[in-house]
Design a protein around this ligand. Structure first.
Ligand code: GLC
Length: 435
């Protein structure tokens, strides 16, 4: 491809991924109306799920067990709430989730979970004969009628276990625990990971009013004044008033849940690498990359991960040796400097769009409760994308500045690790006290 034509191709590509300031304002407007429709029970891409969770006082105390299901690992934690806004994770164990667990049956998945809990409890010194309360962080859309039960609406991310959708996941967990002979636990609370993250931070920071996950999936929750301050799980990953590129359409079409989780597919860690792969494959086809020599990695779905993008983005060496190393791992032996520079650009375009779309969604949530941005807000944020992707949070901050000007200073984005553990303990404590 000639140099001119290549520049032209690249310009078009950049334009299709660009989110302008006007574009962000439009997204925020649509986000507000979808929030309102969702709250009013009208058809909307935002489910706006009531969670029956309210603001913690900071005085909650005691030892609790927390489960965290929804990402790459399943975790069991023992958490101690000390009151005064202080808490500690006393013990934590990670269990790797395999395809056999997440993509077969509910029985297999919950059986694995119950066995992992049994192993964990064998090492938990809770005092003989004592019952422990458990908070279950379950990071999927769930329809709740109370804090301690909820029906799985549908799986998202890579989860597919059959026989769980439409069922109460607390009942599934209780049954599995019963089958394993674990009887000393009461499942007191079921919550989304965004809720855990929000509550964990709100326990120590009164200004915290939004919880966000930017990881394998993406979502947020907040305290809704018109519902007496109840936390609403937005399920923002499903927002769909967004301008899509042909790559987004191809990714969606080939996914396990076409037509759903459109924002999530543009933003979250599970998908960014795949988007980059699709763009690169197209550039190879157009002979704008690797002189048109097909590299096998670009022909295999999900062969290029967000983690690799992240390493390419972090490479600031002059000769792009870090990028060359990533490519080598992926089986691309010879990459010209301009190929590597182009790949870096592709990663940048995709992650910048993700950061700007998520910052816009965050801005829309903040202005729902504080339209003039007259107060200080803390957004509790967790997830590998926010924590680890180079300059992701800085790009979000830039976008907030474009939207809010000086008032962007009123927004603190606080990395909140272990929210799904500590938050689960806090919600379980509140629920157990009101039993
Ligand atoms: C997906 C789930 C949502 C969760 C998010 C982050 O979007 O549907 O419930 O909060 O991933 O884990």
């Amino acid at each position: 491809m000639s140099k001119n034509k290549k520049e032209d191709t690249l310009k078009k590509l950049e334009k299709s991924f660009d989110v302008t300031a006007a574009g962000m304002r439009r997204i925020a407007r649509d986000f507000h109306s979808e929030m309102e429709r969702g709250l009013a029970g009208k058809k909307s891409s935002l489910k706006m799920i009531p969670t029956y969770v309210r603001r913690p006082t900071g005085a909650e105390k005691g030892t609790y067990i927390a489960l965290d299901l929804g990402g790459t690992n399943f975790r069991v934690l023992q958490v101690e709430l000390k009151g005064g806004g202080r808490s500690a994770v006393v013990r934590a164990e990670k269990f790797a989730l395999r395809k056999a667990h997440i993509a077969t049956t509910a029985g297999a998945l919950f059986g694995f979970i119950a066995r992992s809990i049994k192993d964990f409890m064998a090492g938990a010194r809770l005092g003989a004969g004592k019952r422990a309360h458990l908070g279950f962080t379950f990071s999927f859309p769930v329809k709740q009628a109370a804090v301690d039960s909820g029906i799985l609406i549908r799986w998202t991310k890579a989860f597919r276990a059959k026989g769980a959708e439409g069922r109460d996941v607390v009942a599934l967990l209780d049954d599995a625990l019963g089958r394993e002979g674990v009887t000393a636990l009461t499942v007191s609370a079921l919550l989304n990971d965004t809720v855990g993250t929000l509550v964990a931070k709100a326990y120590e920071d009164r200004r915290c009013d939004v919880g966000v996950i930017l990881g394998t999936g993406t979502n947020a929750c907040y305290y809704e004044p018109s519902r007496d301050g109840m936390v609403i799980n937005i399920e923002w990953g499903n927002f769909n008033k967004l301008k899509l590129t042909p790559y987004d359409r191809a990714l969606d079409k080939a996914s396990g849940n076409p037509g759903q989780q459109i924002l999530e597919k543009m933003v979250s860690g599970m998908y960014l690498g795949e988007l980059a792969r699709l763009v690169c494959a197209d550039l190879v086809k157009k002979k704008a990359l690797f002189a048109g020599r097909p590299a096998p990695v670009f022909g295999r779905a999900y062969a290029f991960g967000t983690e690799q993008m992240s390493r390419i983005a972090a490479d600031r060496s002059k000769g792009l040796s870090g990028t060359a190393a990533v490519l080598k791992e992926l089986g691309v032996r010879k990459a010209a400097p301009e190929d590597m520079a182009l790949m870096k650009k592709v990663c940048d375009m995709i992650s910048t769009r993700a950061a700007r779309v998520s910052a816009t969604a965050l801005a829309a949530v903040l202005t729902r409760t504080d339209p003039a941005m007259s107060r200080a807000h803390t957004a509790a944020i967790d997830g590998s994308l926010f924590e680890k992707y180079p300059r992701f949070s800085a790009k979000m901050k830039d976008a907030l500045r474009e939207l809010f000007g000086q008032k962007a200073r009123r927004v603190t984005m606080a990395l909140t690790k272990d929210g799904s553990g500590k938050g689960a303990a806090i919600v379980a404590a509140v629920a157990a006290a009101s039993r």
